[in-house]
Design a binder for this molecule. Structure first.
Ligand code: C2E
Ligand code: MG
Ligand code: MG
Ligand code: MG
Length: 287
């Protein structure tokens, strides 16, 4: 009996694994088709934008562009999931190019509507950062939409920045020389060394959401935030907190001197039309 049960479990387990692998494969196929623009005139990708608020003034000083994928079969797929697939398959390169072009197009649109005094941040994955067309691509997109390097910012995660230190440093140096602002995303999760960090031409550290969530109740998280903000400031960097959901978290981070706040407390990431309305309302409120 035990033997049978074991075999049944095994069969069940394999069936489940096949199902998961099948779904993964199907999602990869759907992603490939979406990236290659299978349906003319219909794009499954869009960008949402989340405001970044200056702690001292409450003003919106930036937006982060966040990719969304709406697929007929899978519905809205989490970026955590489809970006991992895009990275494994190399699809992140054409998809990332699209993100850069589309962000620049929409940033131009904000400027044309008199809402251009925000910097727009673009997430860049490891493969994109190391691909030798990145500089050309960014220069081209900025020129095409008549933007200046100060209008955008690139975010690379701490773990991306730690891979291949020499290549990374050389690319970041070239981007910085162009006048592009650079932020280290998910900071605190990658165990990078201070000795390394101080050589990078970066402007901002984005404190990972995992340290912000329990900042008031977890003494370790509070200590990490306190130390990171002090450390960042001592290196001349601006500190951005991710995932600020409550007024208590906001007040705590403000007391620590965190420069910029981003999170659901202010706004979830929103479609472009909504961000236009949001920025217009903000402008009226602060006039
Ligand atoms: P990220 O760059 O660290 O972006 C922040 C994530 O936290 C976003 O998730 C955002 O919606 C979420 N978030 C913001 N405020 C809050 C909050 O108060 N509470 C909670 N619980 N979450 C909050 P999203 O949009 O699902 O993106 C997840 C990750 O996918 C991003 O993390 C980024 O690593 C990646 N990603 C998104 N768009 C792109 C892209 O265009 N290119 C690349 N390479 N990666 C992207
Ligand atoms: Mg980011
Ligand atoms: Mg992050
Ligand atoms: Mg993240």
């Amino acid at each position: 009996h035990a033997k049978n049960a074991g075999r049944n479990n095994h069969q069940f387990y394999t069936a489940r694994m096949n199902e998961a692998a099948g779904e993964r494969l199907q999602m990869e196929n759907e992603l490939r088709q979406a990236v290659s623009g299978i349906t003319p005139g219909h794009c499954e990708f869009s960008l949402h934008f989340q405001p970044q608020i200056q702690t001292a003034t409450g003003k919106v000083i930036g937006l982060e562009a966040l990719l969304r994928w709406d697929n007929p079969t899978f519905g809205r797929v989490s970026p955590m999931r489809f970006i991992a697939i895009a990275e494994e398959t190399g699809l992140i390169l054409p998809l990332g190019d699209w993100v850069i072009w589309e962000t620049c197009r929409l940033t131009r649109s904000l400027k044309d509507q008199g809402l251009g005094d925000v910097r727009v941040a673009i997430n860049i994955s490891a493969q994109q950062l190391r691909h030798d067309n990145l500089l050309l691509l960014i220069r081209g997109a900025l020129a095409c939409y008549d933007l200046s390097p100060q209008d955008i910012e690139l975010e690379v995660t701490e773990s991306t920045a730690m891979q291949n230190p020499e290549v990374t440093l050389s690319i970041l140096d070239q981007l910085a020389a162009m006048g592009i602002m650079l932020a280290i995303d998910d900071f605190g999760t990658g165990y990078s060394s201070l000795a390394y960090l101080k050589h990078l031409p970066i402007n901002r550290l984005k404190l990972d959401r995992s340290f912000v969530t329990d900042i008031e109740t977890d003494a370790n998280d509070a200590a990490i935030c306190t130390a990171t903000i002090a450390l960042g400031h001592s290196l001349g960097l601006e500190l951005v907190a991710e995932g600020v959901e409550t007024e208590e978290q906001r007040d705590f981070l403000a007391r620590l001197g965190c420069d910029v706040l981003q999170g659901y407390l202010y706004s979830k990431p929103m479609p472009f039309a909504d961000v236009v309305a949001y920025l217009q309302a903000q402008r009226i409120a602060t006039e």
